[in-house]
Design a protein around this ligand. Structure first.
Ligand SMILES: Cc1ncc(COP(=O)(O)O)c(C=O)c1O
Length: 395
């Protein structure tokens, strides 16, 4: 090709990111991304890796040594968990009540697992009694669940109970926290979890590109005692640990700028205090919840499994969800998205994650949402929605 493509300067539009991720990024994180590169084994970068690991232990609430950031988005964390933990022929139990639970199943199958599922309706969490029954019936060696299911806005409660069931059966528990870690109370060690992974771009509010993960010593032991090598070279824990562990040898080139950014995002979480970060998500999402409820478009999930980082808002009768999401984007620069899978057309998915989880965004969103819904002919009450949001924020 001889012609030089004529592309303009990069000037992204301003967006208020209230979808399922990425979230908006703090200016300090943006600055960190723009700082000079060093080599991936430069002493300076090795120190950055140490900092990232220590800060990740803090946000995961774990003392696990094997805590690091997989190079790749949240799905790479998922693949790292199952590819290492599962040997061909092992039985793996995953949920079937959400898009990302299904993805877990696909990933586990590619690792060679015999897949079995535990069911619950979309929009409901897993019932521990069903998990226990599935264990008794299938005797899985690995059980994966999604702590914050982005497709339904459901938070899985009773996490330690699920972990206990798995451990009583000598199995390992994997938790997907891509859409929840940092936005909701979470205790890796206290809850007895074996592998937990997340994404950089949601409640942690860094750019997409790395997937923080933590392996308990027990999980590492299982990986070390495998009969076969993991099917992925790139995500093989033994190889990756050559880079992130004490040796610090080349395994692959670290995504340097993304880890700079993650370090800064984690530093911000540390300065605020993780409990305060959880509380902020709950408070701002609570204001969105109060606003849409008063408006006449309540959440589609019950209070005891509400996921503050991802709010499943009912689409009012007579309204076309994609028209609303498009108008919010075009007229207000606000990103929210439609439902997925079984909930397509029934819910809007309104994220409240990381640096996007700020009071002014709750008010801006509810105001814009109210105007668009009213304009589209929905029987909603804009003034009450806005007032309820204001009220919730002032409490
Ligand atoms: C719960 C959950 N798991 C896994 C993923 C996959 O992460 P990624 O898209 O960063 O690869 C997502 C992304 O939305 C998610 O919400």
């Amino acid at each position: 090709m001889d012609e030089i493509p004529d592309v303009g300067e990069l000037v992204p539009p301003e967006r208020t990111l209230l979808g399922p991720g990425p979230s908006n990024v703090h200016p300090r994180v943006l600055r960190a991304m723009a700082t000079p590169l060093v080599g991936y084994l430069d002493d300076y970068y090795v120190d950055v890796m140490d900092d990232v690991q220590a800060l990740l232990q803090y946000v995961f609430q774990t003392d696990n040594e094997h805590t690091f950031a997989v190079s790749g988005t949240g799905t790479a964390g998922m693949e790292t968990a199952f590819t290492n933990l599962v040997e061909p022929g092992e039985t793996v139990l995953v949920p079937s009540n959400g898009y990302f639970g299904n993805r877990m199943g696909q990933v586990a199958e590619r690792a060679g697992a015999e897949l079995v599922t535990v069911d619950a309706p979309w929009g409901e969490p897993l019932d521990p009694a069903d998990v226990r029954a599935a264990f008794e019936r299938h005797q899985p060696t690995v059980f994966g669940f999604v702590h914050g299911e982005t497709s339904t806005g459901v938070r899985q409660p009773a996490v330690s109970e699920l972990a206990d069931i798995a451990h009583e059966h000598d199995a390992y528990v994997v938790a997907d926290t891509v859409a929840s870690l940092g936005g909701n109370e979470f205790y890796t060690d206290e809850w007895g979890l074996d592998v937990v992974y997340t994404g950089s771009q949601k409640c942690l509010s860094a750019p997409p590109g790395v997937s923080p993960i933590t392996f308990s010593d027990r999980a590492v032991e299982k990986v070390r005692n495998r009969d076969t090598r993991p099917r992925s070279w790139y995500l093989d824990l033994e190889g990756v640990w050559e880079y992130w562990g004490e040796e610090r040898n080349y395994h692959h080139t670290g995504p340097i700028s993304t880890n700079y950014a993650l370090r800064e995002a984690l530093r911000l979480a540390g300065e605020e205090g993780i409990e305060n970060v959880w509380d902020r998500h709950e408070r701002v999402a609570g204001a969105i919840k109060a606003g849409v409820t008063a408006l006449g478009a309540p959440l589609a999930v019950a209070e005891d499994h509400w996921l503050p980082s991802l709010n499943a808002v009912t689409v009012p009768d007579g309204v076309d969800d994609s028209t609303v999401t498009q108008r919010l984007m075009d007229e207000y620069g606000i990103e929210i998205v439609s439902g997925l899978g079984a909930l397509e057309g029934d819910i809007f998915r309104v994220g409240c994650m990381g640096h996007s989880a700020r009071p002014e965004n709750a008010l801006y969103f509810v105001t814009a949402f109210a105007e668009v819904l009213a304009d589209e002919g929905a029987a909603v009450n804009p003034a009450s929605g806005i007032e309820a949001t204001r009220q919730a924020l002032s409490e």
